[in-house]
Design a protein around this ligand. Sequence first.
Ligand code: AMP
Ligand code: GLY
Length: 423
Amino acid sequence: MNLLVIGSGGREHALVAKLKENAEVQKIYCIPGNPGIAQIAECVEIDSLDNAALVAFAKDHSIDLTVVGPEIPLSNGIVDAFKANGLACFGPTRAAAQIESSKTFAKQLMAKYDIPTAKFAVFNHAKEAKEYIQLQGAPVVVKADGLAAGKGVVVAMTMDEALAAVDMIMCENVFGQAGNQVVIEEFLVGEEASILAFTDGKTIIPMVAAQDHKRVYEHDRGPNTGGMGAYAPAPIITAAVSEQVMKEVLQPTIHAMESEGCFYSGCLYLGLIMTADGPKVIEFNARFGDPETQVVLPLLDSDLVTIMHACINGTLADATVKWKEEAAVCVVLAAGGYPETYHKGDIISGIDKAEQQGAYVFHAGTASDKGQVVTNGGRVLGVTATASDIRQAVDKAYQAIESIQFKDMHYRKDIAHRAISKA
Ligand code: AMP
Ligand code: GLY
């Protein structure tokens, strides 16, 4: 079997590593990949938004399964193009990917089908959005409708911040067309969790729940980032909560998508906030999360290739999806200055040594330079460790990190602190 993975981050590195465990896999290609992925797959430079070129590549290389990491190729219709050519591609179609690519779509779907979420209103004009904010008062949440690389959400603690967010999104067009509409949302209070689920459009099977850490500094201080670490399982998602989420969110969402003519298959990512009134959806993503994937997939005790084929073929109800009775922790090593400006091109040492200690070192923002691995992004590496419980996984991950060095490297020392304090 030959496989193709689209993407270049830590999430895709974790996907490739897991897919490779299937003994029938001969070759994995990754477009465009990164230096870590290049050690276990062949990286190929093709524009991941050029659907015709990607289809041609898959045909030429007899690809049996394509897995799409990021949201942009999904909302660019990669799955539609592969399907039209009889190629198996894991992920939702362009229409179904709207659940992530349009917050208005997602919110209206939840309202129509009674899926618990924050109260909201949608606006096409800044003036009306601002009038509404003035009526609601702060704190309030302002969200650009479209894809904004995770930056289109402003949790405004004051009225001035909320009004400025509307100006930034709708008047200064910081996110381009993604800001033609805004969603103004009720501010919810509670602990967050991420639930990723496999689905073939009928059956939906949740993965172990995870929690990521979005703020750059310890104790959730500082600006939001793409994610400074994650852990799984998240103890806040007890068996009872999981059942409730299945009944109130996952199943209704899959049925709603089908009723709306947007049959959804692939991985559905649920961002939840555990309010006093129960779990509520803060966002859907149409793909695996990053860095959640780096802790969830190492815990999967079943064959990922088989599960993904079952999602594509509509046979997920017959598939085996088992989880190891272990815990996983991923700590992101970031470049000095991130999430503001940071330096690139610094030599990274000690990756091999960290791996010899039993950690997975997933590359996120790295490049190869004259035979050396160097920094090439804000989030550089994700170091994942698994162990029989969360405390041991934390110790193992931080111990492995001791071996890794690059100039001005920084990372959070408190990943998984919430789980540990509950243990
Ligand atoms: P999103 O990109 O929609 O996940 O939002 C990014 C972050 O903003 C979330 O992880 C939450 O921490 C926060 N957030 C989003 N919506 C709300 C809300 N309605 N109430 C409180 N916090 C929110
Ligand atoms: N970890 C959040 C995301 O992947 O969007």
